[in-house]
Design a protein around this ligand. Structure first.
Ligand code: MN
Length: 213
């Protein structure tokens, strides 16, 4: 039995148009995300085989593949729910409680400054990567991370709550080489209710890491 499974999208392929075309979402979910799920499961099987046979010649490659595919699976699973056709605006107007809006203001100075940092981090990824808003449990602050591929340049323990996919497969069919325009458009589909729920859950999870201040 497979350990990881491809989650269904929470909406139709075309639900995020015109910001993201249905063609992109269909390929992105059904082919790219599915590939990471398969890759993670295949790698776990290969690691089991290595343990079974006590053959460790490929251990470095297998551990890298596990980090890549597992992180790809997790980030995409968050990405789909971070977006909605009824999204956009700012967290203060959309998340109900104001807790996330307060955390953004405390951590970044203002929503506008946070937006500028995450936009810049996503749009300037070299090669493939992500711009991510994460809860950092030691400080209790929100931080922006610029992730290489799916797994590099990550502060251990940080919990992603809003992720911008900046791989070319996320936008190229529609935006061509205009990654800056794609990132700017992404703000129109952000599901702040989902981000706020992830913020609350991340703060609770911090206690279980034995890291919280
Ligand atoms: Mn992707």
């Amino acid at each position: 039995m497979a350990t990881y499974t491809l989650p269904d999208l929470p909406y139709d392929y075309s639900a995020l148009e015109p910001v993201i075309s249905g063609e992109i979402i269909e390929l992105h979910h059904d082919k790219h995300h599915a590939g990471y799920v398969k890759g993670a499961n295949d790698t776990l099987e290969q690691l089991a085989q290595a343990r079974e046979t006590d053959q460790w010649g490929t251990i470095n490659g297998l551990e890298k593949n596990l980090a890549f595919h597992l992180s790809g699976h997790i980030l995409h699973s968050i990405y789909w729910h971070n977006m909605t056709g009824d999204g956009g605006g700012e967290p203060l107007e959309r998340d109900g409680t104001g807790e996330l809006a307060d955390a953004v203001a405390e951590s970044f100075g203002s929503f506008a400054r946070f937006k500028a940092q995450l936009s810049k981090a996503a749009a300037t990824t070299q090669g493939s990567g992500w711009g991510v808003l994460a809860y950092e449990p030691v400080s209790g602050r929100l931080i922006v991370e610029q992730i290489y591929d799916h797994q590099g340049n990550v502060g251990q323990g940080s919990v992603p709550i809003l992720v911008f996919d900046a791989w070319e497969h996320a936008f190229y069919l529609q935006y061509r080489n205009q990654k800056v325009d794609f990132v700017e458009a992404m703000w129109r589909v952000v599901n702040w209710q989902d981000v706020a729920a992830r913020y609350t859950a991340a703060k609770q999870r911090a206690d279980t890491l034995l890291l919280a201040p």
